[in-house]
Design a protein around this ligand. Structure first.
Ligand code: ATP
Ligand code: MG
Length: 465
């Protein structure tokens, strides 16, 4: 906070009062101070015989002629009068000088304060501009506040209908537990993803509000951006930035079976996800636990930049022990202590991150169906082989097998093993995970790894999806 402004008006007025006191003393007709009441007024005598210089300067040094004592008195009085005027002039000019300095300081203070206000308003403006960049067609929408800090843009249902071809099958980007996600092409060439939450889904309203509330407050390159929302009859819609390459889940386990994701791109996706998670855990106040981190909630843009999505289940740290939090998550990603004891901390997200890392490494689903309708978790299946250097290369996803520096493979496997430790305190913080991944990602992809073009592990161009 800035300091209090100097009470300039007060100082100025005090200085002025002083000045007036000095100047405003009752004066005689000749400009001299009037004598105290009751004393006779001394009349000035005309200058005689040049005893007073024509220039008005006293010639006190010249001895007055004898018998002209009245003239001597006049000369001495005149001399004292000039001295008093000189003192008054000095005082007046000093006071004026002080006032000028104070006025200059005060103006400087006001100028700096207005400049600071301008900088602050520019900061707010840049956030608003970021939001507006996603919504060039804002004129047809109203802004709606979901909480004190979150402001999401309310969108018009008819424009959503028009942009998605009336929610046609052709515009479906994917289907989740809550409903479909559609591609929307708005007037002016702006595209977005529209998630429709069916009213029949349990907790739909709660998750809808939670998502708007939390996501509306977050801006980070590795967290998907919220564009707006719409409520129409029983339906709820959330509009996000469009992620052209869909989810990591659809890339790894969809028709392309991970062929678009090279080793380096996979490491970049892991690093981006760790950055998004680190933002939630370390930079949000209070910290946010995502609670549903999984490959289908890691979305990829046209350059395979990864962003975390779906904050419907997210909770702020400190709130997680309250009774109103239901045990939620997705099979295969839920940390054992949360599943068994309902103990939820940031380390639950680290466990889920470890599972995603295993998916990237091994190209397998977190839970695989076995014969006789049995399931096997990727963690229990991979654990013994991850720590065995002779076995590890054989379980790597065939799409990327032998395309990486073996040292890097062992390092990533070691990080994954730590993240999925059953005991939460043995798991690293996401910040530590992030730091261990940075050197494994090429500089061109946001890490610090330098690779020469001659290296057998040089960056391969991934085929477009
Ligand atoms: N912003 C987006 N841009 C592009 N595609 C998206 C976007 N959001 C979601 N999708 C696609 O829609 C699919 C469904 O997403 P949704 O979040 O509804 O469900 P999910 O995450 O797959 O599963 P669940 O409902 O269990 O969390 C995603 O897997 C993804 O392929
Ligand atoms: Mg999702």
């Amino acid at each position: 906070m800035g300091s209090m402004p100097p009470p300039l008006p007060l100082l100025c007025s005090s200085a002025l009062v002083l000045l007036l006191l000095l100047l405003g003393r009752p004066q005689g007709a000749n400009g001299r101070a009037a004598p105290p009441a009751g004393q006779p007024v001394q009349q000035p005598a005309p200058a005689v015989n040049g005893s007073v210089a024509s220039a008005g300067l006293p010639v006190a040094a010249a001895p007055p002629p004898l018998g002209r004592l009245d003239q001597v008195v006049i000369v001495v009085e005149r001399h004292q009068h000039l001295r008093r005027e000189l003192i008054a002039a000095i005082v007046v000019s000093s006071v004026a000088g002080v006032m000028i300095v104070l006025a200059a300081l005060y103006s400087l203070f006001l100028w700096r304060r207005s400049r600071r206000a301008l900088v602050d308003s520019n900061d707010t403006q840049s956030i608003d501009t970021a939001r507006i960049a996603f919504v060039p067609m804002l004129n047809s929408f109203n802004s709606y506040k979901t909480s004190k800090k979150s402001a999401a843009v309310m969108m018009d249902y008819t424009s959503l209908e028009a942009a998605t071809g009336k929610f046609s099958e052709g515009s479906v980007l994917g289907v989740g537990g809550f409903g479909c996600v559609y591609k929307a092409n708005f007037d002016g060439g702006f595209a977005a993803a529209v998630k429709r939450l069916g009213s029949e889904t349990q907790n739909c309203d709660k998750e809808f509000e939670n998502e708007l509330d939390l996501l509306g407050r977050i801006r980070h390159p590795n967290i998907v951006s919220l564009v707006g929302f719409c409520i129409h009859e029983e339906n709820r819609f959330i509009i996000y930035e469009l992620m052209e390459n869909g989810s990591l889940d659809s890339q790894l386990h969809g028709p392309s079976h991970g062929s678009a994701l090279t080793w380096h791109v996979r490491m970049k996706i892991a690093l981006d996800t760790a950055r998004g998670l680190e933002y939630l855990h370390e930079h949000c106040n209070p910290p946010i636990i995502h609670r549903d981190l999984k490959s289908s909630n890691i979305l990829l843009d046209s350059d395979f930049n990864a962003k975390i999505s779906d904050f419907g289940l997210a909770v702020t740290s400190g709130n997680q022990s309250k009774g109103n939090i239901k045990l939620s998550g997705t099979m295969g990603y839920v940390a054992p202590e949360y599943l068994l004891d309902g103990k939820l901390t940031e380390k639950s997200d680290v466990y889920a991150f470890g599972v995603v890392l295993l998916e990237l490494l091994l190209g397998r689903k977190p839970v695989e169906k076995m014969a006789q309708s049995q399931c096997q978790s990727i963690v229990t299946w991979a654990m013994p082989q991850l720590t065995d250097r002779s076995k590890l290369p054989n379980i790597v996803d065939p799409m990327i097998r032998n395309t990486m520096d073996p040292k890097h493979l062992y390092q990533v496997a070691a990080v994954a093993v730590l993240c999925v430790q059953p005991e939460p305190s043995y798991r690293p913080l996401i910040t530590d995970v992030l730091h261990s991944l940075v050197p494994l990602v090429p500089m061109e992809l946001g890490g610090t790894l330098r690779i020469s073009p001659e290296s057998p592990f040089a960056i391969q161009k991934h085929s477009p999806c």
